[in-house]
Design a protein around this ligand. Structure first.
Ligand code: AMP
Length: 417
């Protein structure tokens, strides 16, 4: 196949069973997030590169290695969004949403990261994203996690995941911890990976996240952030845990859950699964009190999460398929004309109808059989004259005739929808 007929590496066409799973995930997210008062927000896929550079930080993996960045025809540097939060924060500022804070926003759509593709990891992937902006209360952290758990539960996959939470502390805790880490890792300077040597200068917290085997050994004995929490940070984390317990959300505390980015504080959380191999993260989020101010907006503490739709889809059980359609098979010119109106009146009654687009009755029956049709409505001049329709059940081959005004009822009997 010519290059131009293949999708770009790491991107895919989504069809058949998978797109139906996507629809189910979006439906569930819409319904559940509305129960908590989230409003939909759609931001552009393209943003000025600065939006991501400023928020994610020049040293982050996403900015240094993974962004799809290009100059547009006007010479502006633009980037295909690699994550939601920066764009949502930008929109919060651009639209003056601080007036309405606290505000809860729900988004979904494609994201782009130049990563090595594998099962569950793509260069174009999709997320659902939840943000609660404008409140510093731990109750918001509880609600963000709870709505995430509720969505997973509605999809029937909560039991396939586990929730781990951690606190990154406040800035006082983090300053104390950063100093302790620098002291500890400096003792192993020669054994750290090249990347972690740079992290030691720029953001020592990120060494904890390293996948490098020799880094991992050093990390195993690194000091824990918990030993450096301020009183405020401790109280905040306790309140979040009490709220989760009161909400019936099961969790464990894992001190190794960190969010790589600088602007995170207090709660960090992750729903993971054992069922997807290396790509075990399903949903992740946390509190980011400094971000919006850092972007030039008003002081706006916030918390949110993102979940990968592809990974959620991989965890979903076999979905209920669409109800099988019925086929309309008109015989003769008069019936042919009547078929359009009949199809519309049945569809108005929520019956799925295939019209078959021309050809003789035999051809139409064959086509109908291919489309998993459950029944055919067959009618010609005789049926029109006697105001009746013949119904043929595909599974049994049985035929019977019903009066015209009983048709929808006769077909509704077993829609299964
Ligand atoms: P992150 O924005 O990196 O915190 O990721 C949030 C969620 O998005 C993860 O838990 C995954 O479910 C999903 N995700 C992240 N990167 C990818 C990717 N390259 N392909 C598919 N899903 C991804």
């Amino acid at each position: 196949m010519g290059n131009d007929l293949r999708p770009v590496r790491g991107t895919r066409d989504i069809l058949d069973e998978e797109i139906l799973r996507f629809e189910r995930i979006l439906d569930a997210t819409r319904r559940v997030s509305a129960l908590y008062g989230f409003e939909p927000l759609s931001t552009p896929i393209l943003e000025f590169t600065e939006v991501f550079k400023r928020t994610l930080g020049d040293a982050s993996d996403i900015v240094t290695k993974e962004m799809y960045t290009f100059d547009d025809r006007g010479g502006e540097s633009l980037t295909l969004r690699p994550e939601f939060t920066a764009g949502v924060a930008r929109a919060f500022i651009s639209n003056g949403l601080a007036q309405r804070a606290p505000i809860k926003l729900y988004s979904h759509g494609p994201l782009f990261r130049y990563e090595r593709p594998q099962k569950g990891r793509y260069r174009q992937f999709h997320q659902i994203n939840i943000e609660i902006l404008g409140t510093a209360e731990p109750g918001a952290d509880v609600e963000a996690i709870t709505v995430g758990a509720h969505i997973l539960d509605t999809l029937g996959i909560l039991g396939k995941t586990k929730l781990e939470i951690n606190s990154l502390g406040d800035s006082a805790s983090r300053d104390a911890y950063r100093a302790a880490l620098v002291k500890y890792f400096s003792g192993f300077k020669n054994d750290l990976s090249a990347e972690s040597k740079i992290r030691l200068e720029k953001n020592p917290l990120r060494i904890l996240d390293s996948k490098d085997p020799s880094d991992k050994k050093i990390v195993a004995d690194a000091p824990a952030l918990g030993e450096h929490y301020s009183e405020d940070a401790k109280r905040f984390f306790d309140t979040v845990q009490e709220g989760l317990t009161a909400s019936g959300v099961a969790y464990t505390v894992n001190p190794r859950i960190v969010r790589g980015l600088d602007y995170y504080c207090h709660t960090a959380f992750e729903f993971t699964t054992d069922l997807l191999g290396a790509q075990n993260a399903v949903l992740g989020g946390g509190r980011y009190d400094g971000l919006i101010e850092q972007m030039g907006g008003p002081k706006t503490p916030a918390v949110g999460f993102a979940a990968g739709i592809e990974r959620l889809a991989l965890l979903l059980d076999e979905g209920k398929n669409h109800a099988r359609p019925i086929a309309i098979i008109p015989i003769g010119a008069a019936a042919e004309k009547k078929a359009y109106a009949l199809a519309r009146s049945l569809r108005d009654k929520k019956i799925r109808v295939e019209l078959g687009f021309g050809g003789n009755a035999g051809k139409r029956m064959k086509r109908a059989a291919k489309r998993n049709t459950r029944a055919a409505v067959i009618f010609g001049d005789d049926e029109l004259a006697s105001k009746s329709y013949k119904i043929k059940q595909f599974d049994t081959g049985k035929e019977h005739t019903v009066p015209a005004d009983m048709l929808a009822e006769a077909l509704s009997d077993d829609t299964g929808s």
